[in-house]
Design a protein around this ligand. Structure first.
Ligand SMILES: NC(=O)c1ccc[n+]([C@@H]2O[C@H](COP(=O)([O-])OP(=O)(O)OC[C@H]3O[C@@H](n4cnc5c(N)ncnc54)[C@H](O)[C@@H]3O)[C@@H](O)[C@H]2O)c1
Length: 286
């Protein structure tokens, strides 16, 4: 398997999304440098890739030697100074505009001239992130879905200055790693989260106002609307802090109170009930 047009990529952030993105590229024959400032996050990210590949071997979706080869293509580093001659860098750090801007400023200084800088942001303006660099025409949104090895969609978001060439390369690359790209323009939440997050927020309001119990809300949406999982379970999977951050972006960016985050969501995040990654959210996980 080859993954034209890129032979090697870097992924910045080894959390829920970053390690999944690294795995998918490695599975498709691409060398990946996975970067995270937090050594523990790198360790956890690498362990998550190991577990995911082992599951795929067990389900006979790949052979043990293919899994070994994929694993061997991922190397790790603790600082952006380790960036080499990768043609594509995908950023998957926390959903905070000021942090992303700082990361992109540094990526612009350290990534090879001509490399494309993509962001996996769920909702932050690609135009704003691009403006932190001197190569806004090569900055683009590459929004993978969770869990990355399973979900087919990549939402490709063009910022104000993103070039046709960058868009074409990233579209071809998404197809080469087995994903289906769809294009969206740069407005808060793009398409997927602009539609999804108000639904999740409304489900949390239903719980907050005592309209129904959590199981009733989730079962209603699963069996009544044919959703594969209920909105509260999905919020736990995404991460409640991530949901809150995205809702804040929608609320601020679109200026409409229909996007105001539910007070219960704020309280859960303040309590550290962040969902599956914390072992507890709307549900408890072992
Ligand atoms: N969780 C989801 O379901 C989901 C889905 C689609 C997109 N996203 C987006 O993907 C991005 C990452 O989300 P996540 O859920 O993987 O977050 P996460 O909290 O699991 O991981 C973020 C990682 O970034 C690292 N990090 C923070 N600052 C850094 C820096 N300056 N340099 C290098 N690493 C740094 C952290 O140590 C952490 O390991 C966010 O923009 C989020 O909106 C998330």
């Amino acid at each position: 398997m080859g993954s034209a047009p890129f032979e090697s990529v870097a992924v910045v952030g080894a959390g829920t999304m970053g390690n999944g993105i690294a795995q998918v590229f490695a599975q498709h024959g691409v060398d990946v440098l996975l970067l995270d400032l937090d050594a523990l996050a790198l360790e956890r990210g690498t362990a998550a890739v190991e577990r995911s590949l082992a599951r795929m071997v067990k389900k006979e979706r790949m052979t043990a030697s293919e899994a070994d080869a994929a694993r061997a293509r991922i190397s790790t580093a603790g600082e952006l100074a380790a960036l080499g001659d990768q043609d594509l860098v995908i950023e998957a750090v926390v959903e905070r505009a000021e942090i992303k801007r700082a990361v992109f400023e540094e990526l612009d200084a350290r990534a090879k001239a001509g490399a494309i800088l993509a962001t996996n942001t769920s909702s932050i303006s690609i135009t704003e992130i691009g403006a932190a660099t001197a190569r806004a025409e090569r900055v683009i949104g590459m929004h993978f879905m969770n869990p990355v090895p399973i979900m087919e969609l990549v939402e490709i978001i063009r910022g104000q200055e993103t070039s046709d060439e960058t868009t074409a390369l990233v579209t071809a690359c998404s197809e080469a790693i087995g994903k289906t790209p769809v294009e969206a323009n740069d407005y808060p939440g793009f398409v997927s989260n602009r539609v999804l997050m108000p639904m999740i927020n409304e489900a949390i309001f239903c719980l907050f106002e005592g309209v129904a119990e959590r199981e009733g809300i989730d079962t209603g949406m699963k069996l009544g609307m044919a959703h594969p999982m209920g909105p509260l379970a999905l919020a736990d999977l995404i991460g409640l802090d991530v949901c809150l951050d995205i809702l804040e972006v929608l609320h601020r960016g679109l200026g409409d109170d229909k996007y105001r985050p539910c007070p219960l969501l704020r309280r859960m995040v303040a309590a550290g009930r962040l969902g599956r990654k914390a072992g507890k959210g709307f549900y408890d996980y072992d």
